[in-house]
Design a binder for this molecule. Structure first.
Ligand SMILES: NC(=O)c1ccc[n+]([C@@H]2O[C@H](COP(=O)([O-])OP(=O)(O)OC[C@H]3O[C@@H](n4cnc5c(N)ncnc54)[C@H](OP(=O)(O)O)[C@@H]3O)[C@@H](O)[C@H]2O)c1
Length: 261
């Protein structure tokens, strides 16, 4: 899909990957609608050009308002980038269920409801793109982010369902699976902190700008999946082909991280 002139709704646009997406899509000539909780940051990113909707996307009322405001200004949504998401660092055996529900409400249900809100218009025009910013954690469960991984696996499945349903109507659905991206994500987790030793994996990190560029290219070529960085495919293939071996390896890494080794 050619991005120029398209109306692009980006959630989680106040910082990190979402803010970088705003810049990358703006440069390609898109008209933007931006959503997140922090109004002042949205205003900065918008530069007076975009529709800005501040609010908590775990609230269905806010999701509907975001779409309504975009339609009021631009008359349609051509591309939805479901990017807002949050982490949770706690063992599955101990994580408070209320917090887990809150994470699923944002990582899965907000993305699903927003897709449900924009899909009818896209079907009517036989054109549109929905992007789900998931994670490599959706394809292999990271033990320090186990329930976050579960939420992203659910999001991947929702994306597959939407892709199959919407393909005959000319609407494309892309799943994005970033690895480590240098944003404030870890510090924004609903609970817990990443194990200290995880910092050593930062050498595999990409910048939010690189991630946003990969997302834009994915939309342009109607990619089914965008792995960012591409080397993530190696880990995913290993997890598919040798699940027991990868489980053992992850358990060992997790054990060492917990011991601070
Ligand atoms: N960074 C990574 O290493 C990494 C790796 C894989 C996948 N991802 C995924 O990439 C996406 C973006 O993450 P990021 O790294 O850019 O994280 P980030 O810097 O923490 O940004 C998250 C964005 O989501 C918004 N947000 C959080 N909770 C919200 C809520 N309840 N309602 C509305 N907006 C909310 C935040 O804005 P406000 O605080 O202003 O609301 C912010 O704009 C997420 O889905 C994440 O799971 C990240």
């Amino acid at each position: 899909m050619d991005i120029s002139g398209k109306v692009v709704l980006i959630t989680g646009a106040s910082q990190g990957i979402g803010a970088a997406c705003a810049e990358v899509f703006r440069k390609r000539g898109a008209r933007l609608s931006l959503a997140a909780r922090t109004e002042a940051r949205l205003r900065e990113i918008s530069r007076g050009e975009a529709v800005e909707t501040a609010g908590d996307l775990t609230d269905g009322e806010v999701r509907r308002r975001v779409v309504e405001r975009t339609l009021e200004r631009f008359g349609r949504v051509d591309i939805l980038i479901n990017n807002a998401g949050v982490g949770l660092y706690a063992p599955a055996t101990q994580a408070p269920l209320e917090t887990v529900r809150r994470m699923f409400e944002l990582n899965v249900f907000a993305a699903l409801e927003l897709a449900q809100l924009v899909a009818p218009g896209m079907k009517e025009r036989s054109q549109g793109a929905i992007v789900m910013v998931s994670s490599i954690a959706g394809r292999m469960t990271l033990p320090w982010l186990s329930l976050y991984s579960a939420s992203k696996a659910a999001l991947d499945s929702v994306a597959d369902a939407l892709r199959i349903e919407l393909k005959p109507h000319g609407v494309q659905v892309t799943t994005v699976a970033p690895g480590y991206v240098t944003t404030g994500f870890q510090g924004h987790a609903l609970t817990g902190q990443p194990p200290a030793g995880l910092a050593r994996y930062q050498r595999y990190a990409i910048s939010p700008e690189q991630c946003a560029e990969a997302i834009a290219r994915g939309v342009e070529r109607n990619a089914r999946t965008v792995m960012a960085p591409r080397s993530g495919w190696i880990a995913v293939a290993a997890a598919r082909l040798f699940p027991r071996l990868v489980d053992r390896q992850l358990a060992r890494i997790n054990h060492n991280l917990e011991r601070g080794a």
